[in-house]
Design a binder for this molecule. Sequence first.
Ligand code: NAD
Length: 264
Amino acid sequence: MKIAGKVCVVTGGASGIGKALATRFIAEGAKAVVIADLNADTVSAVGAEIGAQAHALDVRDETAIAALVASVEAEHGQIDLFCSNAGIIGVDGEPWWATGADNELWQRMWEIHLMSHVYAARACLPAMIARGEGYLLNTASAAGLLAQIGSAPYSVTKHAAVSFAESLAITHGDDGIKVSCLCPQAVDTAMTAGTDGGGVAGVDGMLSAEAVAEAVIQGLDVESFLILPHPEVEEYRQNKARSYERWLGGMRKLRRLFTDPVGQ
Ligand SMILES: NC(=O)c1ccc[n+]([C@@H]2O[C@H](COP(=O)([O-])OP(=O)(O)OC[C@H]3O[C@@H](n4cnc5c(N)ncnc54)[C@H](O)[C@@H]3O)[C@@H](O)[C@H]2O)c1
C-alpha cells in the first residue's frame, strides 16, 4: 500500500514511533493523518507541530476508540490505515522474578498492548470489510516474537499482540484486509530514555524512530505481515523455532550479563 492519498490513524501518535509514523505519512502525501494519545495538551501540540489532526483518548477505553473511528469516517469517508501503536514499558522489578510485576501492571499492559488492538479492529472492520479493503498495522515488538528479559508482562502481552495480528490476517485476509505487525528491538524514544542504550533490547543497537518509520513505509509497500526494522530479529526467530532449548540457553546467558535487564 502506498500512503499517498490515504486516511491514516495512529495511536500513541504524540511521541516516539507513533509521532515518526504520523510525520512520515504526512510527508508521503496522506490525505489526512489523525494522531490519538493520552494527554490532550500534548497530542494537540504535536498535531499542530506536524500537521496532523489530534484526538485525546485512552486506548483502553473501547467507547473512545469507537468514537474516534466514527468521527474519522464521518469527516474523511473512510479509514485506509489504522495503526494501533500506543504502548508502555514496565519491569518485573527486584529481585527480577518472572512473577515480580504487580497485577495492576499486568492488567494495564494487557489492555494497552492487546485489547486496544481488538477495540480498533472491531471498530474499523465493518466499513473495511464492506468495501473489501483496509489496512491494520499493529505495533508489537521483537519481544512479542522472542522475549523481553526483565519484563514478563511486556513479553506476554506483546506475544498476544502478535497472535491477534495473526488472527486478523488469517480470518480477514479473504475479506481484503491487510495486516502488518511491527516488531522492532530497541528504538530511541521516550520509552527507552534513561536506559543504557536500550538495556538488553539494545544489544543490536538502537534505531531512531524515523528509521522505524522508513521500515514501515517499505513494509506497507510490499504488504508484508512482519515488519522487522532490526533484520537480526528474523534470524533470532528462526533460531527459536529450530531449537527452543538452545534459544532458552542463549537467553539465560544474555540475562546473566544484565543486572538490571531493562536498564532502568
Ligand atoms: N522504543 C522501543 O524500544 C520499542 C521497541 C519495540 C516496540 N516498541 C513499541 O512501540 C510502540 C511505541 O512506543 P515508543 O517507543 O514510541 O514509546 P513512547 O513512550 O515514545 O510513545 C508511546 C505513546 O503511547 C502513548 N500511550 C501510552 N498509553 C496510552 C493509552 N492508554 N492511551 C493512549 N495513548 C497511550 C503515550 O502517551 C506515548 O505518547 C509501543 O507499543 C512500544 O511497546 C517500542
